[in-house]
Write a protein that binds this ligand. Structure first.
Ligand code: ZN
Length: 376
């Protein structure tokens, strides 16, 4: 039974290009906030603009306003958003996302003494990684949470801003937007600021989750917008930027593009609907999971969005979360304990909810743990 619905609201306008060719969709899935993946809403309402291809959240303004207040809270500034590490074959030890981003950026732009601005800088971890890699002259960070200044390096060539982007003085050779574009409501204003603040031949580096690579990221209800390679490229073209897609195996679920100011307005892509297929795909996963409603020994692998999604569908049927990361063991996620897979018994069923990556994870787990597995 599909739960997605296509609505046609003629009164709806795209917040970016103001076109009225907008189609909205609603489903009864729960939505999550990205800080801790707790539920923030019981219904998803999204719209897709047929003109500029923007996908935007139609959630009640109060919920969005509350979520945005959270970004300014002390809880958020202390939430260690940048400390998660990952292991990639090129480096012996686990490294942070910021470290890998600085490596990737240095391959695109390898100049010394440049000025860098990071919009949504959090604790300056990306700026510090770029400082080590590129030896820039100036590193500016902007974040809506003023408390993050406490985490900011106390050095002369670092500057922290928190009120308005327009307060930032000077021009920049590199402007980074890493996992921040979808939280900025006024995209038109942002684009104007980017053009104003870029030096001649300056480059914008944008990295966001890709809804086509992890479909469940559409369930992050605290975002204003949702991007894939298709609409991200198109939106920057719409504002007169030349774009280049950066393929990077270190970030398999994300899209990375760079943008520079174009001399003449680039031609936009042909429109392609993204939401219908994407929502159908989630419906399919929901229906598959619901078949396990009566199961008694169910566990879920992971402690992020995909695990939260399974928990929201099967609720009390899920006994606890499973993670190999020793920092997660013994912690509580969505009011349930996090345990190590070695604590499970051979008739326990472990759900691996990572779509295309699930089979690979299952193969690795089968070598170490004798369990039942369900890949979704
Ligand atoms: Zn539009």
């Amino acid at each position: 039974m599909l739960v997605s619905q296509k609505n046609n609201k003629l009164s709806l306008k795209c917040p970016l290009c103001h076109a009225t060719q907008v189609i909205s969709y609603s489903t009864n899935y729960k939505l999550f906030r990205h800080m801790d993946f707790s539920n923030i809403a019981h219904k998803l309402v999204l719209a897709e603009c047929e003109h500029c291809q923007l996908i935007f959240n139609l959630l009640n303004d109060n919920i969005l306003a509350t979520s945005n207040l959270l970004f300014k809270s002390e809880n958020y500034s202390e939430s260690k958003q940048t400390q998660q590490t990952l292991l990639v074959s090129e480096f012996k030890h686990p490294v942070t996302r910021s470290f890998l981003q600085a490596e990737a950026i240095s391959k695109i732009l390898n100049k010394e003494k440049i000025n860098i601005l990071d919009i949504g800088c959090f604790d300056a971890s990306l700026l510090q990684a770029l400082d080590k890699k590129l030896k820039p002259a100036l590193l500016c960070g902007f974040d809506v949470n003023p408390r993050l200044s406490l985490h900011f390096p106390n050095k002369n060539h670092y500057k922290f801003y928190s009120n308005n982007l327009s307060d930032i003085q000077g021009q920049f050779d590199l402007i980074c937007l890493s996992h921040s574009l979808m939280y900025i409501q006024d995209l038109a204003q942002l684009m104007r600021q980017l053009k104003y603040k870029l030096s001649k031949n300056g480059l914008v580096f944008i990295q966001t989750p890709d809804i086509n690579k992890n479909k469940l990221s559409i369930l992050l209800g605290d975002q204003f917008y949702y991007f894939s390679q298709i609409n991200l490229v198109n939106i920057f073209k719409y504002f007169g930027f030349k774009t280049q897609v950066i393929k990077n195996p270190w970030f398999p679920r994300e899209v990375i593009i760079t943008a520079t100011v174009a001399n003449k307005k680039p031609k936009q892509n042909i429109y392609s609907h993204q939401l219908p297929e994407l929502l159908d795909n989630i419906d399919h996963t929901v229906n598959k999971l619901r078949q396990y409603h009566q199961h008694t020994n169910l566990y879920v692998l992971g402690t992020t969005l995909n695990a939260a999604f399974v928990d929201s569908i099967l609720e009390h049927t899920i006994r606890c979360f499973i993670d190999e990361n020793k920092h997660k063991l013994g912690t509580i996620f969505r009011n349930k304990k996090v345990k190590h897979p070695s604590e499970l018994k051979s008739d326990d069923l472990l759900i691996i909810p990572y779509a295309k990556s699930s089979d690979k994870i299952k193969k690795e787990f089968e070598k170490k743990y004798q369990l039942q597995y369900l890949c979704v």
